[in-house]
Design a protein around this ligand. Sequence first.
Ligand code: DI6
Ligand code: FE
Length: 412
Amino acid sequence: MDRSFCTAEKVWTNVKLATMDPEVKAVYGLLDRHAIGVLDGRITLLKPMGSFNIDEVAAEVIDAGGMCMTPGLIDSHTHLIYGGQRTAEFSRRQEGASYAEIACEGGGILSTVRATRALSEAELVEQARPRLEALLAEGVTTVEVKSGYGLTVKDELKMLRAVRTLATDFPVRLRSTLLAAHALPPEYSGRTDAYIELICNELIPQVAQLGLAEAVDVFCEPIAFSLTQCERVFTAAQAAGLGIKAHVEQLSNSQGAALAAQYAAWSVDHLEYLDEAGIAALKDSGTVATLLPGAFYFLGETRQPPVDALRQAQVPLAVASDLNPGSSPLASLRLMMNMAAVLFGLTPEEALQGTTCHAAVALGLGEEVGMLKVGMAADMLLWEIDDPAQLTCEFGVNRLQQRIFAGKVQDA
Ligand code: DI6
Ligand code: FE
């Protein structure tokens, strides 16, 4: 085909576009009766129906018959790669043991560390496959995946390599995050600062040099790492040119969000114990506040993140699955959107922003994905729904008609 006459190789006509573009002044950035076209994996055409001659764009035309299109969904916080399961721990929790008690006995994260260390890279990929498939089936096109269950140079690199391998096998954008500061490995017991040194002096430079991660994350909690230790990790991440993300204020108020905001973090995640000073630090910082309702729900937490105050301060909110074997073994971003609304009070529009445009910013991808806009990657979902609110309201019914990744229609 002579591309010089094309503005798009494929055009969807009669679409209701939930662009999620803040420049479109309507709820969901909604544009009714539009056409959207793609070329070479990007959105190249976005016009009202009737405003152009479809024959002149010389493209394959798909009549969407008034169906709704959204950007591909983005799960901006997962621990998708891990070995084994923690079902025995779940049974114990149902009999009354707490998450913290189990962790203190050497279970919890450390039991997954043992299982993860025992597996090869290929075995880790195999175990992660069905979880990733579940996310993709409901319309996820970008997934962030953290390390953090290896906790040695060799095993953290193995986890990050597994992410890169998985990325070549599936139509999805995977972004990797080094979370070596997740738990203190037993061999460093009583020597936390030495472990932080290993992270800062060996792991971060190697990961950056090998191009194995885009960002670095920390677990800032009394049961994990202190504010000072997290700051050392942030400094090393910044020096290596990596993005910064942080698990903060999940189980206590450690002022981790304010510190991360000072380091221009892409996101701060969990936030149930975030206080006014933390909110003030996030205001105008550009850092996204990520809500993880799955962990709140699965651990039976009762303390709510301060959603209203974050909203007042106009801090962008993301919503993610935190998919992991211990605190959120829930491979559904749609369920998280529903929970973010029901448990945390988000509007359906906020829930969808949280899994599209704001989630993109939480991954340093705000210019690339998360909106239907000319120039953005053509990750798009065609739904048999009238109102985008249905994506948050309803759960368990998949009304996805087409999943389009980098401009290519995937088998539904
Ligand atoms: N916060 C969490 O919710 C997960 N990690 C973290 O830092 C829990 C991970 C696990 O229990 O395996
Ligand atoms: Fe997490």
